[in-house]
Each structure stands twice: as structure tokens, then as C-alpha cells.
Ligand binder design. Sequence first.
Ligand code: PBG
Length: 332
Amino acid sequence: MRAIQAPFPATRLRRTRQSEGIRALVAENTLSPSDLIWPLFVRDGEGVEEPVPSMPGVLRRSVDKVVEAAREAHALGIPAICLFPYTDAANRTADCSEAWNPNNLSNRATRAVKAAVPDIAIMTDVALDPYSDTGHDGFVVDGKIINDETVEALIKQALSQAEAGVDIIGPSDMMDGRIGALRAALEAAGHKDVLLLSYAAKYASAFYGPFRDAVGAADALKGDKKTYQMNPANTDEALRCVERDLSEGADMVMVKPGMPYLDICRRVKDAFGAPTYAYQVSGEYAMIMAAAENGWIDGDKAMMESLMCFKRAGCNGILSYFAPRAARLLAS
Ligand code: PBG
């Protein structure tokens, strides 16, 4: 649908841009703290906040500090946090069994946040990479990622997360058949209200580099993830992934990375109308921060513009390391 336009000078599009108030009246999209999900890195210890060098301003936090961050997020109106564990080398093994240890870092953080800040939603990642000695999201046999055995392990991981009290499970592993298998296992175990936010269109991207530093997977990872994550050249395949995951029981879907993939966000939203999220990943964050620290761009403005663009592209929300900074700015 197009607005009817008289020829110039009856139509002067600059009339609607003349002041802050008029611009706000005609704004087609808005950004609010309730659009944001804040990813947090969890590590062992107490009272620890350790900077991640490739992500200026981002910290690995011990569980007590994660609780503080969750409190801060809730006060800022951020509805959800997403937990990523930085696992000790000793707990990264070929069988990945730490992934379903009820007392692993992720589950301990979940229980602590639930007890202290019950109203914030907790999301966790389902994938084996924080617990594997290969850095891959699935089991590796003879140099290949084995799909079906990996899905069995993902079920155990997801059930232990649900048991700990997670609200939203985010399978980021890109194995085939995992959404259906996870949904069936959650239902059978009585976890009927646990949401699945599928990393449905997840690309094999160079923009995950700083994240792999943050969770300590960079050194272990040999090769790439191209046999399970998507080729950046493809769009139709993303729609097939999303359709498949929705049909298997995903409640929400994600496109990842974010900024280079806004066309995918738009097509996914238009095709399915499902709750759609983008992950503004570590490399996107690092780029904006690096340019801002060099004085080459205005960091606050670039941050807000990047987040608004996700809304314009049709996203319901954004996972972003900028979440608390953006929420503070929106409140000021
Ligand atoms: C791992 C996972 C990754 C991210 C989220 N979950 C990295 C990867 O797939 O190698 C990346 C997030 C980011 O870069 O911020 N399953």
C-alpha cells in the first residue's frame, strides 16, 4: 500500500521531518528496553568481573555478579537475559557430559537468578561447544559432526536447563531434527511452558570470533562450522530452516548474525509472521566499539541506529551486548 502523493510543492516530504516532535509523530518504528535480550558470560568464582579483551565493556561474571546484572537488567525494563558459560578446560571433554550436569555453571546461574530476580526471563543456549574439547556444537567422529547422536545429547542438556528453571531454551547447534526432539522431550517431562527460541537461520559467520574468545572456545576449534551452519550466500534455505523449526514446535525464531542479514529478518517476518529475533553478535558489537573507541563514529548513535534497524527489518526483539547501555540511554 502506498500513500497518495500530490506533486511538489503540495507534497514536501521535509514537512514531516522538521522537528523532533513531528518526526516522532510519523516514526514508523520504535525501540524500547522491552525489545532487548542481554547475553551474559558466566564464569567460576565469586565477586569476579573479568573483561573480555575483544569485546570492550563486556565482562565474564561469576554467578553472584550475574545476579547483580540480572537485577540491573530488570530495573532497566529488559525482559530477558541469555546465559553463556565459560567452562573450565577440565570440563571440556569428548563426551560433553558437563552439558547436562545439574550443577554446571549455567544451571547454577539460572537457579541463583531465578531466586533473586524471579521476574526476568532466562534464556540459555543448547549446543555442545562450551563443553566439548573440539569447540564444535556437536560430537565429532572421524572428523565429521554426527547429527543424531548429538541431538540425543542436546535433549539431556535442555532437560537439565529446564529443570534448573530456564524460561527460554535457545538451540544454537543447527543439527537437523533437534527442535522436534527437544519439544517432545520437554512435553514428556512436564515442561510444557518452556519456550523454544530456535536459532533457525544461523550462518557460518566470521562475526562470531570475539564470542569464541569470551567462552574460551577459540583455541579448541579446528576448522569451521560450515557443515551445520548456513552458507552466507543463501536466503531460500533460511526460509526452509524457519518453516521446519516452526513446524517442529519452535515458539520463536532467530536470525544470526544480525546487521549483515537484515534481508533475512525481513523475509522471515513476512513469510511466517512468527515472533522473530535477531542476534547482533559479538563481531558486530566489537566493530562498533572499536570504531567508536578510535573516535571514528559516535558509539551511542551508531548503537541506537543499529538497534532501530532491526525493528525496521521486522524483528520483535534483538539479542545485543548493548542491551543495558541502550536501555539506559532510552530512559534518559
Ligand atoms: C555457539 C554459539 C555461538 C554464538 C552463540 N552461540 C558461536 C558459534 O556458533 O560458534 C555466537 C554469538 C556471538 O558471536 O555473539 N553455539
